[in-house]
Structure formats: C-alpha cells, structure tokens
Design a protein around this ligand. Structure first.
Ligand SMILES: *Cc1c(COP(=O)(O)O)cnc(C)c1O
Length: 345
C-alpha cells in the first residue's frame, strides 16, 4: 500500500474497443460457458439486479433459494418486476438441502426459474450446486447461479453444471477490480429475456446489452466505457491466467484447510463442516463467555479484514477472510496467531 500512487490512475488511455470482447471471452472460459458473456460496469449486485429486472414479469414464477442477504435481495428484485417468487429458506447461515429444493419445485410445477447462490462469503457456507441444478435440468426450467464469490474459489463449469445464467465478478477470488462484473446467458435463458415486453433503455436491461453490444458486433460497450475498470480487469485476467484457475482454486482450498486446522488447534470449531464450507472465508463462533464485539475489535487491530458475518445466523460469527490474494498460508497463519493472542487470558 505504501508505494500506491493514486495519481497514477489519472488520465488513463482509452481501453481499445476491440479488446473488450476478448475480456468477455476470457471470463467465459473461466466460467466454463459457451453462452454469451455480458460485461456490466458496476459491482456484481448490480449485475444480479439486472438479471432479476430482465427476467421478472407478471405471470412468471421463480423458486428462489435464500441462504444470505443476496438471495433475499434477488427475490425482492424479481417481485418488483412483477414475478411471483417462492422462497426456500435454509436454516439460518446453513446451506439448503437438495431435498428441500426438490420439494419446492414439485409443489410449483409452473415455476420457470430456479435461483441459487453457489458459495456464500456472508457465512462461509456452500450450497450443493450440482444436485440443485440437476433438479432444474430434469424439470426443464432455467437456472440463475450467483457465482460472484465461488468463481476461482471452487471448481465451477457452467455448461457442465447446466447453469443458464451465471453472475460473477473479478473482485473476490479472482483478485480483480470491484467496479465491473459479468453475466453469462445461455440460449435457453435468452428466450426468457429477449421478449417484446422486456425492459429497455435501462442500465438494468440485458436486452439492451444484447441489441447494443452483442448484435452490434461487440465493439465498444454501450454507454461510457470506464477505462480504469477495463484495464484493471485485463490485468486481473492476465494474472489469473498466468497462475491458472485450477491453481487458484487449489490455493483457496489450502487456505480454507489451514484456517480450519488453525481454529481447531485453538480449541475452536469452524462454523461449516468441510462438505458444506466455502473456500472463501472461514467463520467461527466466539467461545462461550467471550464478548464477540470486544473480540472482533481486538482482532481488527491486528488485521482490519476480520469481520462479523452478514445476515441472520451469521452476524455473530467472526470471519477469517482468505479470498483472492489473501488465500495464502502466511495470511492465514497470521490470522490464527491474532486469534490466539486475542483469546489469551
Ligand atoms: C460479494 C458477493 C456479491 C456482491 O458482489 P459485489 O461485487 O460486492 O456487489 C454477491 N453474491 C455473493 C455470493 C457475494 O459473495
């Protein structure tokens, strides 16, 4: 941080329009999709909101899995667009079961969409994505997967999983900028999005992106391209490809294992069992008798990246962030040492 010079961000050259499509193609390879990849010049929640705004409409029914505030918001955006939404709520800060998803889909055979988050950074849990998407495929309904946190943290292959719409961003496991994100859209999903009544002239409109960017030959992005974000995305993709996505996933798995082992050595237990855990963060409940707020304060003094979880059931858990560049044994060991010091009587 000490040699960071914000003035170096001034007056960047325009990002070459002919390289924008290449960025989308490189993200498509990382996502394992043969569908179209759209770039959204905003953080990933905006891309999620665009998906909901573009799919939702009166008469459209969706089954929405809620395992964190992101799922809550997605359902709200679908409803705002006029859709009817059946919510599946897992136990607080726990993954949903494929059985619960199957029951909801069976109870609502008229549902056209299943939405789910892959891995949660809010609580450190991971949903059984493969089994869940198999249920959607068996019923011929399209799926939306929030892979914002999981891409780069877990093996992810959209086509193989049968994920129709995938939202992701470079700023989590891929270690890139936070102001740009991506949406993969399969052919089947376009049939639900590209309709005469689809919202247009809106930054949330995926149909606008189709007409103004894809169908126009993928030159400059519609609107004003942000060179800072595009250059940063290109640099992030260069670094990701140089390391290799498999190695990045491996690095996150190792970091998660080191965090789990470190907590265990201190007599603490990771919130999620390994089969249900994400590799992005590890959460733990403060030991009985320890004031959670005071503990977090002293941990933050050692590393400001310590935080409470987010959402019901997670907001008193303490999170160890080992996402992106922090998926590193040195960082994890320093966090474990900080916890040991903070808990020392
Ligand atoms: C971080 C995150 C988001 C939101 O991404 P932003 O880029 O911060 O808007 C959405 N879903 C999940 C699962 C996330 O971890």
């Amino acid at each position: 941080m000490s040699d960071f010079d914000s003035a170096s961000l001034l007056d960047p050259p325009p990002f070459p329009a002919e390289r924008v499509a290449g960025l989308a193609d490189r993200l498509a390879r990382l996502m394992g999709t043969s569908g179209d990849v759209l770039l959204v010049q905003a953080e990933a929640v905006v891309a999620l909101e665009a998906v909901a705004a573009s799919l939702g409409r009166p008469g459209f029914k969706a089954v929405n899995v809620v395992t964190s505030p992101y799922g809550v918001w997605f359902g709200r955006w679908l409803r705002r667009a006029g859709a009817s939404v059946v919510e599946i709520r897992a136990e607080a800060a726990r993954p949903v079961s494929a059985r619960a998803v199957a029951a909801a889909l069976d109870a609502h055979p008229d549902a056209k969409l299943l939405a789910v988050v892959h891995a949660e950074s809010a609580s450190g849990i991971r949903n059984p994505l493969e089994a869940i998407l198999r249920l959607a495929r068996e019923r011929g309904i399209i799926s939306v997967v929030d892979a914002v946190a999981s891409l780069g943290g877990h093996v992810f292959a959209a086509d193989k999983l049968g994920a129709d719409i995938v939202v992701t961003g470079p700023q989590k496991a891929l270690g890139g900028p936070a102001g740009i994100s991506a949406v993969a859209v399969s052919k089947r999903a376009w049939a639900e999005i590209d309709r005469p009544d689809a919202p247009v002239t809106s930054t949330l409109s995926l149909v606008d992106q189709k007409r103004l960017w894809l169908d126009a030959g993928r030159g400059a992005l519609p609107g004003t391209p942000s060179p800072l974000e595009l250059w940063a995305l290109e640099a992030a993709l260069d670094r990701v490809e140089a390391e290799g996505i498999a190695q990045i996933v491996h690095r996150h798995a190792e970091a998660a294992l080191a965090a789990r082992d470190g907590l265990k050595a201190l007599g603490l237990v990771a919130w999620a069992v390994p089969e249900e855990a994400s590799h992005l963060i590890t959460a733990f409940a403060p030991p009985p008798g320890v004031d959670a707020t005071a503990l977090l304060e002293s941990l933050k003094a050692a590393d400001p990246e310590f935080s409470f979880g987010v959402g019901a059931g997670a907001d008193r858990l303490i999170r160890l962030n080992h996402t992106g560049r922090r998926a590193d044994s040195v960082v994890v060991h320093a966090m474990i040492s900080a916890i040991a010091a903070a808990l020392r009587p």
